[in-house]
Design a protein around this ligand. Structure first.
Ligand SMILES: Nc1nc2c(ncn2[C@@H]2O[C@H](COP(=O)(O)OP(=O)(O)OP(=O)(O)O)[C@@H](O)[C@H]2O)c(=O)[nH]1
Ligand SMILES: [Mg+2]
Length: 435
């Protein structure tokens, strides 16, 4: 079984490149059976024309409204005059679709202008990639919700992809912007993206740049994190839910995150998930870290209760409204003794008792990221609430003042369309609040 990744816009493409690097290096460090499973899932053997740049080709479709980032991804290791080691994998040039001009920071421009212009070409490119899979296990989209291409074009392409593959698990990794607001209309774009995601994907993994910035600073020891560091931190969490685990009930040849989308998002009102991983250690110190399973699980429970991402003592006290409630979650224990570890501490997680099988646990002896023991965690829970509340408050305030609406009307998005998206955002916020 294989998974095809869709990379939309600058953020989606940069994040995708980091993710494939991570997956490939995990395969290189894994025992042969697991390495084979990882490569079959996310890579295919390179054709003769691309083999000189690596033996494997990422199963990916790259899309953008400007050529720069896609071209850099395609050039990969050759780009910097050989300073970076040859990475052993590459993208296939024919797997990319890009235009000129960008999407003007505007969801409507991406959705209504660029979307229809490239949809057919993207679907044809995706079809070719799907035909190279023995069996398609799912589609994973990477994008930012903040500006024009990843959010607007991404939303359009996810809709046509859903129509073309109605029965295939479809998940997104949706990056939320920094709170500081690089773009004044980012809350509009996020609301429009979220409304669309709720109609198309089975599961949307929400990764907030602000939280990962804090993770890099406070826990990973990087005083001034770059976007590349943030991508590395996101992929460090993500990869623990994407690697197949041979000892798990999910089967050797499937992507856990996609296989679990039905379990995590069984209820149609709750489609958002967040990631966590422990331990959080600075790059280069992995070999000196040897946390026990009981300690890791206890800290994970504290982190989940607090709704946070960063593991620090103050997170233990929990939020003032009580512990963050969880609809459903999956924990992945990676490393020495994972299959034999007692799971007693994890049973204290604040999971929703009405859900069937609310917590699933999977394990494998592979040491992810060189850590003797680590836990990855994906949960559908109230941790998304602060992000939803901030976006909803800002977007409704701007809408009341009719701010920037003309920019959207210019690209065919009416006030009613915007109001509907905001209502949908408020509804999602309300549903998570009432959990
Ligand atoms: N985590 C992460 N965030 C990114 C990255 N690149 C951009 N962003 C964030 O994504 C948002 C901007 O989205 P981009 O992906 O740059 O824009 P785009 O989708 O290409 O859309 P346009 O350029 O407007 O056509 C901002 O919130 C950035 O902080 C990245 O590599 N990693
Ligand atoms: Mg761009």
């Amino acid at each position: 079984m294989s998974v095809v990744t869709l990379q939309f816009g600058q953020c989606g493409n940069q994040l995708g490149e980091e993710l494939f690097d991570r997956l490939f290096s995990e395969a290189a460090a894994a025992r042969p059976a697991l390495a084979g499973a990882i490569r079959r899932l996310y890579f295919r053997e390179a054709s003769a024309s691309t083999a000189r740049r690596g033996l494997y080709t990422a199963r990916a479709v790259l899309v953008d409204t400007e050529p720069r980032v896609v071209q850099r991804c395609l050039q990969g290791a050759e780009d910097d005059g050989g300073e970076r080691p040859v990475r052993g994998w590459s993208y296939h040039g024919a797997g990319s679709v890009y235009r000129q001009g960008g999407a003007a920071n505007n969801w409507a421009c991406g959705f209504n202008v660029h979307g229809p212009a490239v949809a057919e070409q993207v679907l044809a490119t995706l079809r070719r990639e799907v035909e190279r899979c023995d069996r398609l296990g799912g589609l994973l989209a990477l994008h930012s919700v903040a500006v024009g291409t990843g959010s607007g074009l991404g939303s359009h392409l996810l809709q046509v992809t859903r129509d073309a593959y109605p029965a295939v698990p479809l998940a997104s990794v949706s990056i939320w912007p920094f709170e500081g607001g690089e773009v004044s209309v980012q809350c509009y774009n996020a609301a429009l993206s979220l409304a669309s995601l709720y109609e198309t994907v089975d599961l949307a993994v929400v990764c907030e740049n602000e939280r990962y910035l804090e993770l890099c600073r406070l826990s990973l020891g990087e005083p001034k994190p770059s976007l590349a560091s943030i991508n590395a931190a996101i992929c460090g969490n993500l990869v623990r839910t994407l690697l197949p685990s041979l000892r798990s009930s999910l089967g050797v040849d499937s992507c856990p995150l996609l296989r679990l989308s039905g379990h995590l998002c069984a209820h149609p009102l709750y489609r958002l998930a967040t990631l966590k991983a422990l331990p959080q250690v600075a790059h280069g110190t992995e070999a000196f870290t040897s946390d026990g399973w009981a300690g890791l699980q206890r800290r994970l429970v504290q982190l989940v209760e607090s709704g946070g991402t960063v593991d620090r003592p103050s997170a233990a006290s929990g939020a003032s409204q009580g512990p963050c409630r969880v609809v459903a979650a999956s924990a992945f224990l990676w490393g020495q003794g994972a299959a034999e570890a007692s799971l007693d501490p994890l049973r204290k997680l604040p999971v929703w008792r009405q859900a069937l099988d609310p917590l699933q646990v999977h394990s494998d002896p592979h040491q992810v990221g060189g850590l003797e023991r680590s836990i990855g965690f994906v949960s559908n829970c109230q941790a998304v609430l602060p992000t939803l509340q901030t976006a909803a408050t800002r977007a409704t305030g701007m809408m009341r003042a009719s701010a920037y609406m003309h920019q959207y009307e210019r690209y065919g998005l009416s006030r009613d369309d915007m109001s509907e998206a905001l209502l949908s955002l408020l509804q999602v916020q309300n549903d998570y609040e009432r959990l």
